[in-house]
Design a protein around this ligand. Structure first.
Ligand code: FE2
Length: 373
């Protein structure tokens, strides 16, 4: 029968009924309620259900002795507090019980004051253990909350960076006579090719930044050249070809954009070494820039330009295949050709963003970016 809710409850375990009743009386007269068990097995059944804050147990008992009980009880409740009753002849066993997790031992015959004092100390220890456990759980919850808040802040910051870069990319496109959708499409193509080519996810962010900002150096090119409707003269070309270097100077000062520098600086290099600004050849050209070249060419060919009409996607793929080894990295072209056209078409139409970002803006503009500049 369950004891009433007084102090305790204390689980008393002893195979001698007289001892159980004596202990019960000592505790009851001090205001404790108690459970009584005649051996370790009975005690364990009560313990499993009630998790009493204190157990007082004999050592030598039939069915299950005190040591065995302590082992099982502490497996059920690592903060279980147990006092062991022992005769003078069994002090060695009692000491063993301490190493098994007992809090203290009480010599028989039991001195009531000694027993009650030990019980108070044991219960105090239990309270301290539980307090510490609660404190630890509280701290762990606070740490988890703080980590979540920090992650959320980093995500918001990341979104802010991204939104800012998208706005900047769109502004660059617009100034160049292009469209806001150009940089988003090229970003979608580039990320799609990069993933298929095995570029790791942690490097895609740099690629994305580089794609969005590839022409940022054009802010240093006079409008008279940048927006000139006809072909450029040789000296105008010389100025125009400075935009990768200007772009590099602009973004290399921004720590979180440093990974994008190779793409911004080398986006006009060609596989055969005839590009600019350095005329790098083959794999000396950073991979991100080689991927960008294919993506940018795809967009240039599949949208109307001032001097050329858009060609069908399949024709653009053939043209890119033809230029593998001269303008483009053959391995990147292989990867590109292995991707179904439908994926690029979805990005082109604005139905997909290459699996990375928000919805691509519509492509309702036929004014083209100036390819090759
Ligand atoms: Fe450019």
């Amino acid at each position: 029968m369950a004891p009433s809710t007084e102090r305790g409850p204390i689980l008393i375990v002893d195979d001698e009924q007289a001892v159980r009743e004596l202990l019960h009386e000592i505790f009851r007269s001090s205001g404790y309620c108690c459970w009584l068990a005649a051996n370790g097995r009975e005690a364990l059944e009560i313990f499993e259900v009630e998790h009493p804050p204190l157990t007082v147990t004999d050592m030598k008992m039939p069915v299950m002795d005190g040591l065995e009980f302590i082992k099982h009880a502490r497996a059920l409740d690592r903060d279980a507090v147990v006092l062991v009753l022992t005769g003078v002849a069994d002090v060695r066993t009692a000491v063993t019980s301490l190493t098994s997790g007992a809090f203290d031992f009480i010599l028989k015959p039991v001195d009531p004051d000694h027993l009650l004092g030990a019980a108070e100390r044991a219960l105090e220890r239990r309270r301290r253990l539980l307090d510490r456990r609660q404190q630890q759980a509280f701290l762990e919850r606070r740490v988890a909350e703080t980590v979540r808040e920090l992650e959320s802040t980093v995500r918001r910051l990341d979104d802010t960076y991204r939104t800012t870069l998208e706005a900047l990319g769109s502004a660059i496109d617009t100034r160049d006579g292009g469209t806001q959708a150009h940089s988003r499409r090229v970003r979608g193509y580039s990320l799609t090719i990069a993933r298929a080519h095995g570029v790791s996810e942690d490097r895609l962010r740099d690629l994305e930044h580089g794609v969005l900002l590839h022409d940022i150096g054009k802010i240093g090119i006079p409008d008279s050249i940048l927006l000139k409707p006809g072909p450029l003269t040789a000296s105008e070309w010389a100025i125009m070809r400075r935009h990768p270097e200007i772009g590099r100077q602009v973004i290399e000062k921004v720590p979180f954009l440093r990974g994008a520098v190779p793409i911004v600086y080398h986006h006009h290099e060609r596989w055969d070494g005839t590009g600019y600004p350095l005329g790098l050849r083959g794999e000396a050209i950073p991979l991100g820039a080689r991927i960008f070249s294919v993506a940018d060419a795809l967009d240039a060919m599949t949208f109307d330009r001032p001097y050329s009409r858009a060609i069908p996607l399949e024709d653009a793929r053939s043209e890119i295949r033809r230029c593998a080894g001269s303008q483009f990295d053959p391995a990147v072209v292989d990867t590109f050709l292995g991707i179904p056209s439908s994926i690029f078409d979805a990005i082109r139409r604005g139905d997909s963003d290459g699996g990375v970002l928000e919805e691509i803006e519509g492509h309702d503009v036929t004014l083209a970016a100036l390819s090759g500049r």
